[in-house]
Design a protein around this ligand. Sequence first.
Ligand code: FAD
Ligand code: 2HG
Ligand code: ZN
Length: 462
Amino acid sequence: MSDEAPLLDTLRSICGDAAVLTGGDMAAYATDWRDMFHGKPLCVVRPAETAEVAQCVAACAETGTAIVPQGGNTGLAGGATPDDSGTQVIVALDRMTAIRRIDPVGMTIEVEAGAILQTVKDAAGDENRLLPISLAAEGSARIGGLIATNAGGVDVLRYGMTRGLVLGLEVVLPDGQILSRLRHLRKDNAGYDLKQLFIGTEGTLGIVTAAVLRLVPQPRHRATALIAVPDIASAIALYARAQDEVGEALSAFELISGAGLDLVAEHMGQTAPVTADWVLLIEAGSSLPSLREAAEKLLETAFEEGWATDGVLAESEAQADALWQLRESLTEAEGKAGGAIKHDISVPITGIAAFLQEAGNMLRAVAPEAKFNVFGHLGDGNLHYNVMNVTREDAAKVNAAVHDVVAAHHGSISAEHGLGQYRVAEWARLASQPEHDLTRRIKDALDPDGLINPGKVVPKRG
Ligand code: FAD
Ligand code: 2HG
Ligand code: ZN
């Protein structure tokens, strides 16, 4: 045994010396994507298979050591960053990247938790199938992280959140037991649906090690348009008509502000072909050749009704990709411009215009100097209401102002990113007593010693 903590030696004996990182080697794992949360882990352990994860978790449980599961570290709520005590172990899934099996007939894919989303989508695409989770971080986000956060993204409108795509799951429980239900089944009502405990709970109840995901047919054609709208009411009217004209083919209905496009032009050098205070990026996909006709008709109607003032319908895949590039660059551009106090809110779509009005009024009172980068998944009623040009010291009052308006609209303060450590206090402020009680009882039942991702999602004991 070396002079270092005996736990490190145990972890090395389980995973191999090279798989246990300490000191400067931990840097990339110890800070979040936004460089907002900075932790000080005891070590980072990188198991190569489920049995190793289970042994590491059991070893940590034995020594009372807290664990922070980590995937691609692209989360926007600080859920994958440890505290600064120097005592927590990051369990990184980034060596467990196997794509175990694709079934193009049953439309399923079985993968390890560390597989990168883009790689899994490419593998499905090779079989003419689609894994319908799309987000700007898909080149880095990993399947376990997507499941743990119940990720959303730009295709939720048509395909739902990640939860609806998870058919089977393998999880290491806080005591080191392996719960394996890697079923390729669409129907399975035999008992409690235990996998749901681990989807969207941000690594606070166990570590996802593998999953079976549902695939959908890869649409052969897509129609992508960038459209300037005179106001939010017109955007909503156009959304309703899009449901009528293109129906279930409608996959994305995204809102971008003119201010956001300015950020993308200034910091990413990408210029939009259409600008206005508000623009929409709309996409539909289908294997039926009539899609383009339907999209053209929709645009025609939008101009006739006065819901659109300008717009382009992409003429090529390259042009469609360039339009998406604008949308996907918003987060990076915002970061380069100095960052923002982020809000990931949802309200019923019919309340979006009123929400924007009321939140704007509130903020003019508490932070008159604020600037905005508002964008997001309008079709889902989910906006990233990001407030710029305010100090970190003002964050609490800005958050409270925005979230109070959300609460008045019976909305959510975390539509898709999760609570992590970033929003846990606001959740605690706004949740009802029964929500507090049940959340605590579930956490205590699965993780009685509080060793799996402490301080995230579930408020610390008061
Ligand atoms: P991590 O950041 O590593 O972890 C996230 C959480 O999951 C943490 O609490 C962690 O402890 C837990 N976790 C990770 N792996 C496991 C595991 N195997 N088992 C148990 N728990 C685990 N999110 C959206 O929903 N929609 C978007 O459109 C979107 N766009 C984004 C764009 C950009 C540019 C960026 C940087 C992020 C975006 N995100 C978006 C947020 C982020 O990509 C998602 O939350 C993603 O699901 C995180 O995956 P990850 O592998 O990076 O997880
Ligand atoms: C998106 O929709 C992501 O692009 C990131 O959810 C949102 O940067 C953000 O606030
Ligand atoms: Zn989003």
